[in-house]
Design a protein around this ligand. Structure first.
Ligand SMILES: Nc1ncnc2c1ncn2[C@@H]1O[C@H](COP(=O)(O)OP(=O)(O)O)[C@@H](O)[C@H]1O
Ligand SMILES: O=C(O)C1=C[C@@H](OP(=O)(O)O)[C@@H](O)[C@H](O)C1
Ligand SMILES: [Mg+2]
Length: 181
């Protein structure tokens, strides 16, 4: 059984756009019989507009500010499986708040990310030259994702159910190691 011995989310899921964070976090929550919360979804509901509309209407700095606040609130108050937007872990305040949490980094290649996301217009940072943007973004972000991660799970060529299976197994291993120490 994967249990939550501290306050805050049971698991926080991070990674680049197209890694499957929202999809996998939702299924993982169902498997663990806990709630799922996605910071992008919460922002869209609170603002009553899409992430793309927020970027276009207000600009990225505005989005990052509300994202920082929403992530801090969720890390404090929510105790299920939490998925963040791909850029959220780049914020220094968020990095500090993630310390001590169980963070799962979903890794993905450009080939799989492109296939999954299709690079449509729902991701505002990938509207112009999406492949080059995604690759540059990933090169810049990868060290941060790796540094913050408790677990790194490769999603390349794997269906969400297989990714969830691996996360559950590795969380159980972690828990056993902690029980023994
Ligand atoms: N492991 C996977 N294999 C194939 N498709 C996936 C996988 N994970 C997610 N998807 C699909 O990829 C798209 C993007 O997934 P999403 O969860 O929104 O990613 P993220 O939140 O990391 O940007 C969705 O259409 C989803 O159904
Ligand atoms: O990588 C990013 O900076 C972003 C990723 C998106 O979330 P997903 O990673 O869930 O697509 C969303 O938060 C926004 O478009 C910005
Ligand atoms: Mg998402």
């Amino acid at each position: 059984m994967v249990s939550n011995s501290s306050t805050g989310p049971l698991v926080v899921v991070i990674g680049p756009p197209g890694a499957g964070k929202s999809t996998v976090a939702k299924r993982l929550a169902a498997r663990l019989d806990v709630e799922w919360h996605d910071t992008d979804e919460a922002i869209e509901q609170a603002q009553d507009r899409t992430i793309s509309e927020i970027f276009i209407d207000e600009g990225e700095p505005y989005f990052r500010a509300i994202e920082r606040t929403e992530v801090a609130r969720a890390l404090e108050a929510f105790d299920g499986v939490l998925s963040l937007g791909g850029g959220a872990p780049m914020d220094p305040q968020t990095q500090a708040l993630l310390k001590g949490h169980t963070v799962v980094f979903l890794a993905v290649t450009i080939a799989d990310a492109a296939r999954r996301v299709g690079f449509d217009r729902t991701r505002p940072l990938l509207m112009v030259n999406p492949r080059a943007q995604w690759t540059a973004m990933m090169n810049e972000r990868r060290p941060t994702y790796e540094r913050l991660a408790t677990l790194r799970v490769d999603t390349a060529g794997r269906k969400p159910a297989a990714v969830v299976d691996e996360i559950v197994a590795r969380l159980q291993e972690l828990e056993q190691q902690e029980d023994q120490s």
